[in-house]
Design a protein around this ligand. Structure first.
Ligand code: BEZ
Length: 228
């Protein structure tokens, strides 16, 4: 019986890292959007939250909104989503603009919040987990300027996201693309970056002979260089 139930369930192919972001059209608090087409040439943080008018989501929205200009400086747009009506979205955002919290006040939330009552987008992006069919989990998709999914994060309902970490991920991805490097654990801008490891024995030997003041070689496979 259980097996039959499983077989009859709709199979969702959610996007994975490296996939093209699935296309959708949606109504948002800033009008209709075609995604990712309307964001061509920009990076996007597409994030879902369980519900409007809930405490953790409120702190997340206020924090994201307070950092919107910092994300814009990284050529990055914010797009939120939940399975709530447009009227609920509008009322909640208007409310948040009147609240002061954690040094955040006089907010103006002018990035789009998707109305996904139909669950069209949440289904496409695998934002519905477990038994819940009425609320999205805290998902984050970092999508690059070519519409490719570069990072996927999932958080549980009780844990608010760390927006500084999401910003750090965007900076690290943009750094990796620009300079063909990788970034080590707990990397922050300005700290040394990693030179990709050699892929042949001759290259590994050659690597051991590098003599450059900007290079810090700990092993043939672990070489740092200054972030310039
Ligand atoms: C919140 O955002 O506060 C929240 C949402 C869903 C479940 C629990 C908390």
């Amino acid at each position: 019986m259980e097996d039959k139930k499983y077989c009859e369930e709709e199979v969702i192919n959610m996007p994975l890292i490296g996939d093209k972001a699935p296309y959708f059209e949606a109504d948002t608090t800033q009008g209709k959007i075609s995604f990712p087409d309307d964001f061509k040439g920009k990076w996007v943080i597409l994030f879902s939250h369980p519900a409007d008018f809930t405490p953790v989501c409120s702190t997340e929205f206020m924090t994201f909104a307070s950092m919107a200009d910092e994300f814009k400086e990284l050529n990055t747009e914010l797009v939120g989503l939940s399975i709530d009506s447009m009227h609920s979205h509008i009322a909640w955002l208007r409310d948040l603009e009147t609240i002061s919290w954690n040094g955040i006040e006089n907010l103006k939330i002018d990035f789009p919040l998707i109305e996904d009552i139909s669950m069209n987008v949440s289904r496409k992006y695998g934002m519905l987990h477990g038994d819940s069919s009425t609320s999205t989990i805290r998902a984050v998709f970092v999508i690059d300027d070519k519409g490719i999914v570069r990072t996927i994060l999932y958080y549980p309902a009780s844990t608010g996201r760390n927006m500084d970490e999401i910003k750090r991920i965007v900076i690290a991805l943009q750094k990796a693309d620009k300079d063909s490097v990788a970034t080590p654990a707990n990397w922050e801008p300005g700290k040394d970056v990693i030179v990709p490891p050699p892929s042949t024995t001759p290259d590994a030997r050659d690597r051991m002979e590098w003599d450059d003041a900007d290079i810090d070689r700990l092993a043939w496979y672990l070489t740092f260089k200054k972030d310039k």
